[in-house]
Design a protein around this ligand. Structure first.
Ligand code: KG4
Ligand code: ZN
Length: 348
């Protein structure tokens, strides 16, 4: 059971955690959301600077809370891809420096592999293969998981990620950033059936539609047109009903295509992870649909849906247990497909 200190700085949350296998010994997240909210989105330069300021204290805090010394750790991990390069560098350099200082292996982790592993911080998972719906601010993917490191992407968004759609629609409705939690709050008092909105399908070159791919840009435009049509008097805009209708359509489309994919592939379990997995309606919709179809479903614990370092630690612990470690010259990457995550390791 490897014990790992893990760091996460790929976007706008600075985070550190100590995990033993799938158990969190300590976890801390310093969010920069309020500062980026002033600009309506993440400003990369501000993100890097805030990571530099926050990370040393977070590391001290989780090490103290875990009551462990560095000698009791088996490795140090940091997210190295994908993400904002300047932000990733802060975590990666900090992690590699600590690893060298304490003579420990360093593991560079793929951020999406971290999200995939976040579900293991809750109930234990059945053995693979299973289907993961990964819905975050930057990604919407359907991934067949055999085991850690063996992935096949079966579906994806062709334009906005689901979280991005929440953020953009929230901005249209004047609800601020990040949009997901704001839409959820507003939608709670709205009528989800009031407006019908498009479910966004993706055409295939050979004709027909791709059964497991997503497109959210048409949905976003439909909300924009709706707002323009209704906005004779902005005070009368039925924000709660629009938010609820949008949240319903996004949840339905994500759940319908995931379940269809799982059934077609003969996979019995659907796993929901990523920031958007925190959404109450999406969880409920997944539970109902999987229940009706006789599929198993699992979701990451609420606290570990949005970015955190505990999930990075779980991924690193699994890799370490398999004998992997990263080379000392490993850099950071703005992009790296999940299927190529094993490139980050040398297996011994
Ligand atoms: O996984 P995450 O923290 O960061 C990325 O890796 O992108 O996901 C952030 C995204 C944001 O777009 C945010 O609006 C969305 O997750 N989100 C939600 C909720 N909480 C966060 N979307 C819908 N409902 C929520 N409750
Ligand atoms: Zn993330």
């Amino acid at each position: 059971m490897p014990t790992v200190l893990a760091l996460e700085t790929s976007c706008d949350e600075s985070a550190a955690a100590v995990v033993r296998d799938c158990t969190v010994l300590a976890s801390a997240v310093a969010s920069q959301v309020e500062e980026h909210a002033l600009w309506g989105g993440v400003v990369p330069e501000i993100a890097s600077r805030r990571h530099v300021e926050a990370l040393p204290q977070l590391v001290e805090r989780v090490m103290a809370e875990s009551s462990l010394s560095y000698a009791e750790l088996d490795g140090i991990a940091a997210t190295v891809a994908p993400g904002l390069v300047g932000a990733l560098l802060v975590g990666s350099i900090t992690g590699r420096t600590l690893a060298r200082l304490h003579d420990l292996p360093f593991l560079g982790v793929h951020h999406l592999e971290g999200h995939l592993c976040s579900v293991q911080l809750g109930e234990p998972l059945p053995a693979g293969p299973y289907l993961v719906l990964l819905v975050s601010g930057g990604h919407t993917e359907l991934v067949r998981v055999e085991e850690v490191g063996v992935y096949q992407r079966l579906g994806r968004s062709h334009d906005d990620a689901a979280g991005e759609a929440f953020d953009k629609v929230a901005r249209l409705l004047g609800l601020g950033y990040p949009g997901g939690p704001a839409i959820q709050v507003e939608a709670a008092s709205g009528d989800p059936g009031r407006f019908s909105l498009p479910k966004g399908r993706v055409s295939r070159p050979q004709g027909g539609f791709h059964p497991y791919d997503f497109s959210f840009s048409g949905l976003k435009t439909a909300v924009l047109r709706l707002v323009q049509r209704l906005e004779q008097d902005p005070r009368d805009l039925p924000v709660a009903d629009i938010a609820a209708s949008f949240e319903r359509v996004v949840s339905e489309v994500l759940v319908e295509r995931s379940c269809r994919c799982a059934q077609d592939q003969g996979l019995e379990t659907v796993v929901l992870v990523g920031g958007v997995a925190a959404n109450r309606r999406l969880r409920q919709c997944m539970e109902e649909r999987c229940g009706a179809l006789g599929l198993q479903w699992r979701v990451a614990p609420l606290a570990y849906c949005t970015d955190n370092a505990a999930m990075i630690g779980v991924a690193a612990a699994a890799r370490l247990a398999g004998g992997a470690r990263s080379g000392t010259d490993l850099g950071v990457m703005a992009r790296l497909p999940l299927e190529e995550a094993s490139r980050l390791y040398e297996t011994r």
